[in-house]
Write a protein that binds this ligand. Structure first.
Ligand SMILES: C[S@@+](CC[C@H](N)C(=O)[O-])C[C@H]1O[C@@H](n2cnc3c(N)ncnc32)[C@H](O)[C@@H]1O
Length: 273
């Protein structure tokens, strides 16, 4: 039985969108002419083809990533200003526009690794106490992954924010004080399926929204990252029930061609009667 190369790859990677995109690159990688087809494939042949496609995909996308990083002004600026990554500028730009972080604030940062939002929050709320004439703030950072300590912040690495255990730890650290600002830059591990990624990130945002009900001070702020999609309006509507103002924010540092946006909820009211 003869299979065309395209069919084989398609069959093995059935749900992957890379199939057509990498078809021609893959042909040249294997030194095949465009009319080549492969017959009588064994399972191991197919597996090695699949592996090769994955390796090629990784190679191509890591080259694109490296090239983009090289040209990105925020990557350079992050290096120059000692931020752990370019994301710092997303929070800085949102804060410049909406003044969400003030000295003395209590901030919870969900999805903190490698720690650049924590670095920005520490500076803005004076969590190290360096600003002698300003009130001293508090920053708590949580992430699933390990990340190194951020001066001035209390961090909970290797902690899943969605669990009751982690949320109880946060409440204990605050000795039952409430927070002024709840941030989330959490992102699930992205798959090739846009709709799946969207649903997963929306679910994380709802965890943050539910936590806001028990942790935010009246008039508090919530900022969460999501990837645009069909459930965005459901989240916006849910936020509108507990915040006076909800708006979509896209800072300059958030890449134009990315589906990433942020929802900013201001003036927390709690559930309105
Ligand atoms: C884009 S990164 C955050 C970057 C960070 N804001 C910074 O500026 O350094 C997204 C993070 O969300 C974390 N994350 C995803 N799901 C999580 C969860 N359930 N609990 C805690 N962190 C989570 C990931 O581990 C990842 O480190």
């Amino acid at each position: 039985m003869a299979f065309s190369l395209t069919f084989l790859i398609k069959e093995d990677l059935c749900r992957s969108s890379i199939v057509l995109k990498y078809k021609s690159k893959f042909r040249s990688y294997l030194n095949l002419s465009s009319s080549s087809s492969i017959s009588s494939h064994t399972t191991s042949n197919r597996r090695s083809l699949t592996t090769s496609v994955y390796l090629l995909k990784d190679k191509v996308s890591s080259n694109i990533w490296l090239e983009r990083q090289r040209r990105d002004i925020f990557v350079k600026q992050a290096g120059a200003e000692n931020y752990r990554c370019r994301s710092a500028f997303k929070l800085k730009q949102i804060n410049e526009k909406f003044s969400i972080l003030c000295p003395g604030h209590i901030v919870i940062d969900c999805g903190s690794a490698p720690g650049s939002w924590c670095q920005v929050a520490v500076q803005e709320v004076n969590a190290t106490g360096e600003g002698i004439n300003k009130p001293k703030g508090t920053v708590i950072g949580v992430d699933l992954q390990y990340f190194s300590p951020v001066d001035g912040a209390t961090i909970l690495p290797q902690s899943d924010f969605t669990t009751e255990a982690t949320q109880t730890k946060i409440k204990d650290l605050l000795c039952h004080q409430k927070a002024d600002v709840l941030l989330s830059d959490m992102a699930p591990r992205a798959t090739g399926l846009r709709s799946h990624n969207h649903e997963a990130i929306i679910e994380l945002c709802f965890y943050v929204l539910r936590f806001s009900l028990v942790i935010l001070k009246p008039e508090g702020t919530m900022l969460c990252k999501l990837w645009m999609g069909g459930d965005q309006s459901r989240l916006e509507k849910a936020m509108q029930t507990v915040f006076q103002h909800v708006r979509v924010v896209k800072p300059e540092a958030s890449r134009e061609n990315s589906a990433e946006i942020f929802l900013l909820g201001r003036k927390f009211t709690g559930i309105k009667n």
